[in-house]
Design a binder for this molecule. Structure first.
Ligand code: NAP
Length: 282
């Protein structure tokens, strides 16, 4: 029940109306009997500073940050944890005694989703499509103990990201355009938005996916064209729901100190995805 002691967690982004995070977090708060509420706010870039100042004044506990504010928000924070600093973007904020600290749970969330299905991911050759926000987080995380190749439509962005990772992690990273050889690759991850729109073509067809692990970060729809091809090839196909849940579970722990029940989070989202065709709203 919402009462005078309820604590607020808020999502900041634009747009936010399609977000599944309120459903997921509110179900998890209820499950753990925590007096928190999670709401989504559509905020313009020029108001982010006022939001953080207001939040400190009001005792708001924390935030998630999504497109397009994950980098811009950093200007208004007092501290960054080491993952947010490394990745150069923030998706979670905790406010504690007037100090706003930024975190990034996207990379580790993706690793947990992957490892939940295939065990420890180490010393693998991983091809990541995409060099946007999600691609950055996943590439930084997986390049810590794997060999990563970043493939992006705008090759210059793939090059920049590969160089940044090389410099920060002191490890070899390759880059390429979308037309890339998959022969020696163990794991393929789609971190582009390709597959969200009806009629999108898969980035790779089944003949290129045999014996691979294929993960798509897109979760609307859950079965993307790429994952359909992976299934045709009898490859291991992992959808984007796991990353959504684990990045959320890590944020939940940061805000509340409590480990959420990921099964409750997954069921809450699946119910919404089944009840209506979310893709029509995007
Ligand atoms: P973003 O920062 O806007 O980056 C978009 C990426 O997609 C860029 O690499 C862009 O390439 C590429 N792209 C867009 N349209 C393309 C096309 N028609 N052909 C080839 N490449 C195309 O977005 P983001 O935050 O990284 O998100 C990317 C996807 O990941 C979204 O679908 C999002 O829903 C999903 N995601 C999932 C989770 C999760 O928890 N499962 C979390 C975050 C994001 P250019 O650089 O060439 O434009």
């Amino acid at each position: 029940m919402i009462d005078a002691s309820t604590k607020l967690i808020a999502l900041l982004g634009k747009p936010v109306r399609h977000s599944l995070s309120p459903i997921m977090h509110n179900a998890a708060f209820k499950d753990k009997d925590l007096n928190y509420v999670y709401l989504a706010f559509e905020v313009d870039k020029e108001n982010l500073g006022k939001v953080i100042e207001g939040a400190k004044a009001m005792g708001i506990v924390g935030f998630n940050v999504t497109i397009p504010h994950k980098i811009e928000i950093m200007k208004y924070l007092d501290k960054l944890d080491k993952e947010a600093e490394l990745i150069g973007a923030v998706n979670t904020i905790k406010i504690n005694k007037d100090i706003a600290k930024g975190y990034n749970t996207d990379g580790l969330g993706a690793r947990k989703a992957l490892e939940e299905k295939v065990g420890e991911v180490k010393d693998k050759k991983i091809l990541i499509f995409g060099a946007g926000g999600a691609g950055r987080a996943v590439a930084f995380e997986l390049a810590k103990n794997n060999f990563v190749i970043i493939a992006n439509r705008t090759i210059e962005k793939a090059k920049q990201l590969a160089e940044e990772i090389k410099n920060k992690l002191n490890t070899e990273v390759e880059y390429s355009g979308l037309n890339v050889d998959t022969e020696d690759i163990d794991i393929i991850i789609n971190a582009t938005s390709v597959g969200m729109k009806k009629g999108d073509k898969p980035l790779l067809t089944a003949d290129k996916l045999k014996n691979k692990i294929v993960m798509d970060l897109v979760y609307t729809p859950l079965e993307t064209p790429l994952l359909k091809e992976a299934k045709k090839a009898n490859a291991i196909a992992i959808d984007g729901l796991g990353m959504l849940i684990y990045q959320g579970a890590l944020a939940f722990k940061i805000w509340t100190g409590v480990e959420p029940n990921v099964k409750v989070m997954r069921e809450a989202i699946l119910k919404v995805l089944e009840d209506k065709d979310v893709t029509k709203e995007l």
